[in-house]
Each structure stands twice: as C-alpha cells, then as structure tokens.
Ligand binder design. Sequence first.
Ligand SMILES: Nc1ncnc2c1ncn2[C@@H]1O[C@H](COP(=O)(O)OP(=O)(O)OP(=O)(O)O)[C@@H](O)[C@H]1O
Ligand SMILES: [Mg+2]
Length: 236
Amino acid sequence: MLKVCNLTKKTPTGDILKDLTFEAKEGEITAVIGASGSGKTTLLRCLAQLDKDFLGKMLLGGRDLSSLSHGEIGLVFQSFHLFPHLDILQNLTLAPIHQGMSKAEAEKKAHKLLSQFSLKTKAHQYPGQLSGGQKQRIAIARALIMDPPILLFDEPTSALDPELVNEVGEIIRSVQDPKRVIILVTHEIRLAEKVANRILFLDHGCLLDNMESSQFFAKDCTKLSKRAQKFLSNLS
Ligand SMILES: Nc1ncnc2c1ncn2[C@@H]1O[C@H](COP(=O)(O)OP(=O)(O)OP(=O)(O)O)[C@@H](O)[C@H]1O
Ligand SMILES: [Mg+2]
C-alpha cells in the first residue's frame, strides 16, 4: 500500500499541493485527474523523489519513498525521454547496468520486455526510427526493467494520436501486478474511466474527490464535489 500523508508543496508564490492524504493499493490503477495547473505533475514529481522539497510523508509498504533505490520507482514521462544516440536495447539497459545489474541479465530482461510489447525487431533501431506509439512502449518497458513496486505515468497519451489511447490503456493494464502500485496522471478522461480502479480529483492543489472509478463516473454524480461535476460536464 502507498500511503501519502499530509503532502504539502510550498513555493514562494503559494502552495501547489495542499495537505494531500490518500492511499493507493497494489494491484490497482489509481488515476489522478484535474484541470491544467491543479498540481498533478507536481504530485508525481514528489512521489518520484525528483522534487524532495515537500512537507508530509509518503510510505510504500511502510518504507519511506525516499529510501527506495532508483529503479524501484518507475516513471514514464509524457515526452518519452529516450536517448536518441543509443539504440533501443541500450536505452533499456543503461539504467539497470548503471545500478549494478550485469549486462547479460539486463539484456535478457530487455529482450523479454521487447517481446512482451511486440517490439522484438526494434532492439537495434534508434528512437528516431520508431513511431510515437512505439516510443511510448519503449519508455514503459524502460520503466519496468527493474520490476518497480511503484510505477508512475505522467500524461502517457498526450503526445500520441488519439487513436492510440486505447492501445496505451491496454498496455497500462497489462503491466498491472498484485505487487505494484500504479499512479496514472491523465487529461484523457476516457483513459481514466477505462483503466483506473480509483480516481483522485485535484483542484488548485487540493484533493477534492477520492473514490472508486465506477462511482466517480456513475450517472448519478451528486456524490462528487461541485468542482468535479463541473469539470466532467465541461468535457461532455
Ligand atoms: N517549481 C515551481 N515553482 C513555482 N510554481 C510551480 C512550480 N512547478 C509548478 N508550479 C505551479 O504549480 C501549479 C501546478 O503545476 P503542475 O505542473 O503540477 O500542474 P498539472 O496539473 O500537472 O498541469 P497540466 O495538466 O497542465 O500538466 C501550476 O500553477 C504551476 O505553474
Ligand atoms: Mg502536468
């Protein structure tokens, strides 16, 4: 279980995250949604320990997230962040080898993931030779190579053709694991509705709604905050 307690992110111009407290379960996909500027990426950056300047506690199975090693927190960025001068196999194996995994083992894991994501033939191609959807799958494979107990996605579909939203949804579902917490930040409400078990709705850094996805997207929306009702009605 991921437990986030009283997470607050302060800046000189105001608080970006305000006293967020929630839990996310292993085996589930927890989607974070909210308007632009509501604090979604900031939340992910704190979870990923890219931003350590926050107040509050974040525990995974009782361990403080700051004590996890680099490969234990998988992060998939919206713009993929692949190294253009390295081939796909090197992109996948760079971090694990740096973390001490043998080259042979890292390559074995990389080939297994390439096969799982139907990219077997791409091992020795370069990112520039791949489509956006393929690059996204490589970015996901790279985040998975150390078998992380927590996997974070920031807007995984925003750089892709809308037709690929379903495909990315299938991939995210396929990496669900009873031992893994998945947090998905997305603008794409259809994606959240399709894959998430739980929805967290952020507004101006506050967590206004935290409920099962089926309840969040139910026809009767009177259980949602007024802000979430408005947010959803603006989309339809
Ligand atoms: N380092 C920082 N210092 C000050 N303000 C910041 C900093 N980083 C982000 N912000 C502000 O915090 C707010 C939340 O930003 P954040 O990027 O988390 O939003 P978001 O929900 O991910 O938005 P989007 O949907 O557009 O990606 C914004 O108002 C942003 O301008
Ligand atoms: Mg963002």
